[in-house]
Each structure stands twice: as structure tokens, then as C-alpha cells.
Design a protein around this ligand. Structure first.
Ligand code: ALA
Length: 485
């Protein structure tokens, strides 16, 4: 059994460009908007405040710069790959072409942490914000229907009862999955609309709060390091800036999901790099501005509560209806993040099943809608079940570590392929690859190291399950193994 067998780049290119049953409907700007749709979400609206309060203080801005730098290196490597091998398997397919089948499987398995666990986390966040918005409008959903199963909730008059399941989280996953089945063009339209709403909300936040900035709140910019105590981890100082980068990295997850739409792009070789890099640049600029403003209008220690951006807006003197509008924008914004993450997950599973690493019944394309409908429905079902029943407080970190690992492998793979097969025509070439690729891999690995030990343990357990699965199924039924035996 050769677990390091590889697919050739030429075969992959031929497969991508000739044997494609998905609908090619996305132009360059659709791809940029898809990237922004997936990237701007819970990371900036929720995690920024937590990272400022608990890790970095006003220097959360530097945390964004650090995490953004790692992401830019990775984005350049993803762009080179996506234009060379424009396949919807993304990092999974790239490693199939360079490091071999076992690595491809590991990355495919790992991407579940990025896409499916990411979608679950954001669906739970979406539910929180939706309930908050409805409450503020006087519409109260029964508390047993808005939290993870078994969580004790206040059902009024001081009585507590266990929650049944998280209904809003199920509803949003169901709506978005239905859209993904109906069509890529419809999904892209929905995404475009939502992106406009969330960019407008960020613009309202910036314009409405900028005059309320007190530069004194940025001093000290990097608060003095506070060592760990028996009950609390260490915080602030340069160490806090680095751990803060690990936390806010979640905000950058998503630009890479653009690469999973490669087989639905009209001209993937030219437009993929534009979509990936374009969306990352827009998001990085907005993040740095929003983080600077949030820490400039309220003392950073106060940003640890729920909805820190809405809180900052209110403290800056914005009226209640504007903060409701921001809340609405967040609800809308999170729904497109869920959509693109689910899109990414279903495309990766579809690619893995086409390669024989997952059962063949899931790689069907809908005859009318031209979408991978079975993987879309399966992904939606699993994500909905977990989002309904779990309270995933640590899931964001799991999503981070999974994505960072994919970045490490993509950066290494692109470099390996440059050295090993330099003659392929590369429509987009990452500049100074000898620097960008190792710097991207090291920076991503560095951010992985800043994540808690328990997240590493979970990653290892997840891989152990995946490896067993591979040897029982994928290794035997892989299409490449059928060809080579
Ligand atoms: N980057 C996405 C978010 O912040 C996952 O919600």
C-alpha cells in the first residue's frame, strides 16, 4: 500500500478544466465578496473585544497585524496553488499533488475543523446575537429553545430549567444549506447582499465613533505584563500581543475558502488570486481600524462582555437604534460566514469522495441546480445537530488550529512544488517564494503554539480518529490506488 502516492498536477489541471460538472458562475468580484462574506464575522465583532480585554489591551491592533501578516503569506501561497490547480478541494487537493495521499487525507480531515466546526461556532454566535436583537425589539423566544441542550436557563420569575436545543442555530444552518443546494449563483447573490450590509454597518460604526476616541485610552499601548496566577492565565505585554494574535486569527479565517469555489469560477486561473488576496486586504484594513477605534472609545478592560462592538458604539454616544442596526448587521454578517464555511466544507467532501477517499454516493451533482447537493445536505445536517446541542466555548480555538495547520501545509506544499516541478506555467506566482513560504509556515506554526494545550490534545485526538478511518476505507478505495494496482 503506497500511502504517499500523488496525483499529477497535469492530471489535476485537465480534470479541473475539462471534467467539471459544477456551474461556473462566479466572476472576480463575486470571489472577493465571497472572501469578505466568509471573513468578516464573529472574529471582529466578538473576539476583538475579548482579545483586547484579556490578552493585549490596545495593542490588539498589533495582534491583528501579526495574524494578518501570517495570513498574507498564506494567501500568496494559496493564490499560487489555486491558479495552478483550480480545484474545489483546496488545500486537500494541493497536498494530494505534492506531499501524497496520506497528507491529503489528513488535510481533508483537518479542514472539517476549519469549515464544519467554524460553521457551528458561528451558528451559535448567530443565535446569541439574534436572540439579543429580538429581545431588544420585545420579541422573546422561549429560553429553552435558544441554548445548548441541558444548559440551565432562566425561564422567568427566577426559575431555572434545562434548555432543549438551540432553535435559531438550527434554522440558520437549514436556510443557508437550502440556498447552497439551490444554486451557486443564488448563494453568491445572497452573499453579495449580506456583504454590502455588513460593510455598511462597519462604516456606520467607524463614522459614528471616530469623534469619541480618547487617545489617552491608548496609553499604555502595550499594558505591562501580568504573570499567571493560580486562577488566571498571564496577560498583556508582548506575550499578550502574541496570544491575542492567536485569538483574533479567527477573524481572518475565510479568505482561503474562496479557493474551494475554484470549480465554480468562470476564469479560476486568473481570478482566484484576485479573490483571495483582494478579500484579505480589505478585511485587514477594516479590522485594524475597528480594533483601534474600539479600544480608543472605551477602556479595553471593559470589552470582555457580550457584543463588545455594540457596547463600544453605545459608549461612544451612538443612539440605541444605531446600535440595534449594528446588531442587525452582525446577524446578517454572521449568516454569510456560515454560508461560505458550509460551501467550503461541502466542496472539500465532494472532492474527497470523487477521489474515492469517502463513499461515492455523496459525490452526486444535482442535475438541475449543478451543485454538490448531497454533501451540502449532509454537512448542513451534521453542523445543525452539533450547533443545536453543544455549547462550544472552545470551538473557536479548534477552528483556528485546524486552519493554521492547513496554512502550514499549503505554504510547505507550494514551495516543494516550485522546487520539484519548476516548469509548470504558473499564472500567479507568489513573490520571493524562498521567503514567503517558510515565513508563512513558521508564522502559522507560531500562532498554533500560542493556542492552549487542550486545543492541541483535541487536534491529536481528531487526527487519530481520521487515520483509523483512512486505513479502514480511503486507503482501500482511493481511485489512485485502483489505478496503480
Ligand atoms: N472569520 C470568520 C469570523 O470571524 C470565521 O466569523
Amino acid at each position: 500500500m503506497n500511502i504517499f502516492r500523488r496525483k499529477s498536477v497535469s492530471d489535476l489541471q485537465a480534470e479541473a478544466l475539462t471534467n467539471n460538472s459544477l456551474k461556473r458562475a462566479l466572476g472576480p468580484w463575486h470571489l472577493v465578496l465571497l472572501g469578505i462574506g466568509c471573513t468578516i464575522g464573529a472574529g471582529i465583532f466578538i473576539r476583538t473585544g475579548h482579545a483586547a480585554a484579556n490578552n493585549a489591551g490596545p495593542a490588539v491592533v498589533l495582534s491583528f497585524v501579526l495574524a494578518g501578516t501570517a495570513s498574507v503569506f498564506a494567501a500568496l501561497c494559496y493564490s499560487e496553488f489555486a491558479s495552478l490547480v483550480p480545484m474545489s478541494g483546496s488545500a486537500y487537493t494541493y497536498s494530494y499533488a505534492t506531499l501524497g495521499e496520506i497528507f491529503a487525507w489528513i488535510i481533508g480531515w483537518d479542514l472539517v475543523l476549519e469549515y464544519a466546526v467554524g460553521a457551528m461556532t458561528v451558528a451559535i454566535g448567530w443565535s446569541e446575537y439574534t436572540v439579543k436583537l429580538l429581545d431588544s425589539l420585545g420579541l422573546y423566544l422561549p429560553r429553552q429553545l435558544v441554548a445548548a441542550s441541558g444548559t440551565l436557563v432562566d425561564i422567568g420569575q427566577g426559575q431555572m430549567a434545562p434548555a432543549w436545543f438551540n432553535l435559531p442555530a438550527v434554522l440558520i444552518v437549514a436556510i443557508v444549506s437550502t440556498l447552497l443546494v439551490i444554486g451557486i449563483r443564488e448563494s453568491a447573490r445572497f452573499n453579495n447582499f449580506i456583504v454590502i450590509v455588513k460593510l455598511a454597518v462597519i462604516a456606520v460604526f467607524i463614522v459614528g465613533t471616530i469623534r469619541a476616541i480618547h487617545p489617552s485610552l491608548w496609553h499604555p499601548f502595550i499594558p505591562d505584563y501580568v504573570p499567571a496566577t493560580a486562577t488566571e492565565p498571564s496577560k498583556y505585554g508582548w506575550w499578550g500581543v502574541c496570544t491575542g494574535a492567536g485569538v483574533v486569527f479567527f477573524a481572518y479565517i475565510g479568505f482561503d475558502a474562496v479557493s474551494t469555489a475554484a470549480q465554480e469560477a468562470k476564469n479560476p486561473q486568473r481570478d482566484m488570486p484576485f479573490g483571495i488576496i483582494g478579500s484579505l486586504v480589505v478585511c485587514t484594513i477594516l479590522y485594524i481600524v475597528v480594533a483601534a477605534i474600539a479600544t480608543g472609545v472605551v477602556p479595553y478592560q471593559k470589552l470582555s462582555g457580550e457584543g463588545p462592538i455594540v457596547y463600544a458604539a453605545e459608549q461612544a454616544g451612538m443612539s440605541h437604534w444605531i446600535s440595534k442596526l449594528i446588531n442587525l448587521g452582525i446577524v446578517a454578517g454572521l449568516s454569510s460566514v456560515i454560508m461560505v464555511l458550509l460551501l467550503g466544507q461541502s466542496r472539500v467532501l465532494w472532492s474527497m469522495s470523487r477521489d474515492g477517499l469517502l463513499p461515492p454516493f455523496i459525490n452526486k451533482v444535482h442535475p438541475r441546480f449543478q451543485t454538490p447537493w448531497i454533501t451540502s445536505i449532509l454537512t448542513g445536517l451534521v453542523v445543525a445537530i452539533f450547533a443545536a446541542t453543544l455549547s462550544l466555548s472552545d470551538a473557536g480555538d479548534l477552528c483556528n488550529i485546524g486552519t493554521l495547520l492547513a496554512f502550514v501545509i499549503v505554504c510547505i506544499s507550494v514551495w516543494v512544488l516550485r522546487v520539484r516541478e519548476p516548469d509548470h506555467v504558473r499564472v500567479f506566482k507568489a513573490p520571493c517564494i524562498w521567503f514567503v513560504a517558510p515565513a508563512g509556515a513558521l508564522a502559522s506554526f507560531g500562532l498554533m503554539c500560542a493556542l492552549p494545550g487542550k486545543t492541541w490534545v483535541r487536534l491529536v485526538v481528531w487526527f487519530a480518529i481520521g487515520i483509523v478511518f483512512y486505513f479502514f476505507y480511503g486507503a482501500k478505495y482511493s481511485r489512485l490506488s485502483q489505478k496503480t494496482t
